[in-house]
Ligand binder design. Structure first.
Ligand code: NAP
Length: 280
């Protein structure tokens, strides 16, 4: 008797909507680039169908999925194994469907955020001074956790809805210092790292208007918004003399662990990867 041929691994991204997702272009590029067998598929799945989808997908040959809005928090309640960082952040972006049938949930947004800064600004020293984080949404939780993990001495947070920022301090401890949203400009003083995690400045959203007078030209400024790539914040910060890093690299780097686990090859983030995703 001959053994059945190995199944071609399937992975994808689940969310609603998912049509805007750049993940299929990214994983598709890596699959072609490394000559690997596999497919990566965008799947628009309604909240009401999520549980059933996670039961069925492994049986159809899926080895895992990325998770995007609005399922990032809900999937934690459906996973069997949750990494410490996903539990701390309260959301997962990467699911692995294990051979034993269990679902493993991880959050790689924070490690992707740091990997992007290290690649694009090799001189960046997290310990050089406080970080100022604008916003306290889902992505901010991953960013703050990652900044604390790499040794930023103080993480200042300002958010339009203050209780969300207060929750970050309650969850992550006294190295998080909360500022009122109207004081957001003041928290930039002496900050060595500045991060926009709000949707401000994104195409279709209100303009980013936090005053940058207190920004130190030695600061590293990054925006996790990547549509447009060159946000108003980044333009203004560069004019002041700051090193700036755009948000596309975070998206590329957060995808590395999932791709490696699903398709068996650790992919590299290169200028060609960026170009493929921008074209895709
Ligand atoms: P989220 O949980 O909905 O949080 C949105 C954040 O933006 C909150 O802090 C919110 O403040 C703030 N905000 C929205 N409109 C505002 C306004 N008019 N004035 C002031 N603050 C406003 O979303 P998220 O998942 O954290 O995503 C945030 C952004 O990051 C999005 O643009 C997303 O595309 C981007 N992102 C990028 C990556 C990447 O890989 N580069 C990864 C994840 C997310 P309130 O709490 O007051 O509403």
């Amino acid at each position: 008797m001959t053994a059945a041929p190995a199944r071609i691994p399937l992975a994808g991204v689940i969310g609603s909507p998912v049509a805007h997702s750049r993940s299929p272009a990214l994983h598709g590029y890596w699959l072609r680039h490394y000559g690997l067998k596999g497919h990566y598929i965008p799947m628009d799945i309604a909240q009401a169908d999520l549980r059933q989808a996670l039961e069925v997908l492994p049986r159809l040959g899926f080895v895992g999925v990325n998770v995007t809005i609005p399922h990032k928090e809900t999937v934690l309640g459906l996973a069997d194994i949750i990494t410490d960082r996903a539990a701390l952040i309260g959301a997962a972006n990467t699911l692995i469907f294990r051979k034993d049938g269990r679902i493993h949930a991880d959050n790689t947004d924070g490690s992707g955020f740091i990997a992007n800064l290290r690649q694009e600004a090799a001189h960046w020293n997290p310990g050089a001074g406080p970080a100022a984080v604008l916003g306290a949404g889902g992505a901010a939780r991953a960013v703050v956790a990652a900044l604390l993990e790499v040794g930023v001495p103080e993480v200042r947070v300002a958010n339009r809805t203050r209780p969300r920022a207060d929750a970050l301090r309650a969850d992550f401890g006294a190295r998080v210092v909360v500022y009122d949203w109207v004081q957001a400009g003041n928290m930039l003083e002496e900050a060595a790292t500045v991060v926009n995690t709000t949707a401000l400045g994104m195409t279709g959203k209100p303009e980013f208007r936090v005053p940058l007078d207190a920004l130190d030209p030695r600061a590293l400024v990054t925006d996790i918004v990547y549509t447009p790539l060159e946000t108003t914040l980044l333009q203004q910060a560069r004019a002041i003399g700051c090193t700036t890093v755009d948000g596309l690299g975070m998206l590329l780097h957060q995808a590395v662990p999932g791709f490696e686990r699903w398709f068996g090859k650790r992919p590299e983030v290169t200028p060609e990867t960026r170009a493929a995703v921008l074209a895709g």
